[in-house]
Write a protein that binds this ligand. Structure first.
Ligand SMILES: Cc1cc2nc3c(=O)[nH]c(=O)nc-3n(C[C@H](O)[C@H](O)[C@H](O)COP(=O)(O)O)c2cc1C
Length: 198
């Protein structure tokens, strides 16, 4: 199997030394992988930077971490449902898509990558990302065999072709015990990449 090299940028920039004079909005989509815990640090750092951070979680993501954790870190209500009872009339998926200066999916499962690549919008995250016009940054994380699966690789290439910024993964020991690619980048690297778009 042949794999196309995906850009991974390593940067030793000081994580706390970033100028945020204007308050921008970063929407973070969290999909359901074991690396969800790293997204907490990403949200925490961006909030400390002074950005407005909004979080959307898939149902699977909520099996790994709770919305309460992201709500506490972001100081915003976390969006989880497409069809919440209407308290104040809005079309949340469109509002969030418009509000995003940068839209980030971290971690990005094989499933969400496949859904976006194939135009599927069947939950809050996949529906919102379809309406986004600002840069979309995708940080995949999955088991090595899943990551190397030719369909997943094809989906990633399709997303890149359509202008999505899909980042590479790190190599190392995965949660399942396998050793190889597919590991989510360190949260510091992810924050560094996000800041480049703000
Ligand atoms: C313990 C556990 C860990 C998982 N880790 C990952 C993962 O790292 N990457 C991935 O693509 N799927 C992983 N999955 C499978 C996803 O949770 C599953 O495909 C789910 O449907 C993803 O839904 P979502 O993309 O809507 O969040 C894991 C499942 C379990 C039970």
């Amino acid at each position: 199997m042949k794999f196309v090299k995906i850009r991974v940028i390593r940067n030793s920039m000081n994580i706390n030394n970033h100028d945020t004079s204007t308050k921008k909005t970063v929407v973070i989509g969290v999909s359901g992988g074991i690396a969800c815990y790293k997204a907490i640090e990403v949200v925490n750092q961006l909030k400390k930077d002074g950005y407005n951070v909004e979080v959307i979680m898939t149902k699977a993501a909520q099996q790994f971490v709770t919305p309460l954790t992201f709500q506490t870190m972001s100081h915003n209500a976390v969006v989880t449902e497409m069809f919440d009872p209407v308290v104040k009339w809005d079309t949340k998926h469109i509002d969030l898509a418009k509000a995003a200066d940068v839209f980030v999916i971290v971690p990005a499962t094989a499933n969400i990558i496949g859904k976006i690549a194939n135009g599927i919008a069947d939950d809050m995250l996949s529906t919102t990302v379809m309406a986004v016009k600002s840069p979309v940054l995708i940080f995949p994380a999955m088991n090595t065999a899943m990551y190397e699966n030719s369909i997943v690789q094809e989906n990633i290439q399709k997303l890149i072709k359509h202008g999505y910024h899909v980042f590479g993964t790190a190599s190392g020991e995965l949660a399942c015990g396998d050793i190889g690619t597919g590991k989510l980048l360190d949260w510091q690297e992810i924050v560094t990449e996000i800041r480049k778009f703000l």
